[in-house]
Design a binder for this molecule. Structure first.
Ligand code: DQA
Length: 145
């Protein structure tokens, strides 16, 4: 009953990074919120962050090997650039829920392309830190399917 929550580049700076775009909530706050929610749902949360593309790929493989219920993935800017992350998602049978704090569709045009969305189970974007909680509820619902 594992959900891995993988966060990409610059998300370690949440809370101080462009708070007008990404909010004041830190990644530690999000980890705490999800752990509490996971306790209520009977789901173990493993939240990680890396600024390195390869780490995210290794962790997706690990989620596959561990047969996680789902991966919640905020790939940050790699969303818009990484074919390798997309291929990693295709390589595992674990559903991936793509999350963004902001709504990239309402921002610069280079954020309108996601290499993740076509291979994701679904996408939650524009709801700030609350999006992670919505994604965890979606993961819990999948478990019941
Ligand atoms: C982001 C959106 C991306 O475009 C951006 O590069 C990020 C954060 C978000 O959560 O809104 O780093 O993934």
């Amino acid at each position: 009953n594992l959900v891995m929550v993988l966060n990409g580049p610059n998300l370690n700076l949440l809370g101080t990074r462009e708070p007008e775009v990404y909010g004041a909530t830190t990644l530690d706050d999000i980890a705490q919120m999800l752990t509490d929610q996971g306790d209520r749902l009977g789901i173990m949360i493993d939240l990680r962050q890396s600024n390195h593309e390869g780490h995210l790929i290794d962790w997706l493989h690990e989620a596959g090997a561990k047969q996680a219920i789902a991966v919640i993935l905020n790939a940050g800017a790699y969303t818009h650039t990484s074919v390798a992350l997309r291929d990693a998602i295709k390589s595992i049978s674990v559903p991936v829920i793509e999350v963004h704090l902001s709504n990239p569709a309402a921002r610069e045009s280079f954020r309108h392309v996601s290499h993740i969305s076509p291979v994701a189970a679904g996408v939650i974007q524009g709801f700030g830190a609350q999006g992670y909680a919505l994604a965890l509820d979606a993961a819990a619902a999948m478990r019941l399917d």
